[in-house]
Design a protein around this ligand. Sequence first.
Ligand code: SAM
Length: 279
Amino acid sequence: MQGLLEETKFLMKKYNISANKSLGQNFLVNEEVLDKIVECSNINKEDLIIEIGPGLGTLTSKLLEKAGKVIAIELDEKMIKILNDRFYLYNNFVLINNDVLKLDLNKLIEDNRENLKKVKIVANLPYYITTPIIMELLEKRINIDSITVMIQKEVADRLTAIPGEKDTGAVTYCVYYYSEPEKILNVSNQSFVPEPKVESEVIKLNIRNTPIVEVKDEKLFFKIIKASFAQRRKTLLNALCNGGIVENKEKAKELLAKLDLDQNIRGENLSIEQFARFI
Ligand code: SAM
């Protein structure tokens, strides 16, 4: 860890940088964790890697050695100067100074794909926008193979939970619908500069070729799931009424009876297959 810690401190001093908390800047300084992220991403020269939030370029330099091409998307202009200085000699490096949530990622991929076979997302994400980034990648069906990211542990628990079991939220169902999630590694706070206040975890989402269940109307499917979790303490029956899915309690009762579901069941107890039967 000493080498990377020294390098990070050196770069921050040289470029007169202090970590910007509002941009979620916690720089990774643990070599073993970096190696694990790269290893489990299974990167080779036929891959196009998209790194979100390269920061000082610590992970970027490892990705550049392994991948066919790396597109790094960084919002903070101060980092752009450092990244350009560090990697201008690499002809497989593309740097974009923008907010990842404002980009058309499918177009970016098509413009840069050349003959590269797989597209993979690898990142130590800015924690303040973890869920919007992952939802953007999944719901817009960005053409990718896998997402390997460092995120807040509490969010990792939710994203990798099994629908119908504990620690779930509406987002759990969305992740599970589009991908096979796996937990990779718990990461201690001392692995970052500055140390984050929350615990961290690396997870990998392996994107499914087709969603795990077939639903005719995805919009309605997710509307029902979101309505069920919007009022966690309420029964599914009440959530369906309050979320505007059915007109009144009688209709909700009929619907639950038709689906063989107990009138007192809560949404969080339903499997993804059971939600799919609503559509
Ligand atoms: N990859 C570096 C590392 O592992 O040391 C830095 C990771 S740091 C947790 C998150 C990075 O995301 C920061 O460099 C931050 O400036 C950048 N960032 C924050 N919001 C962003 C956004 N909306 N779009 C792109 N990058 C963003």
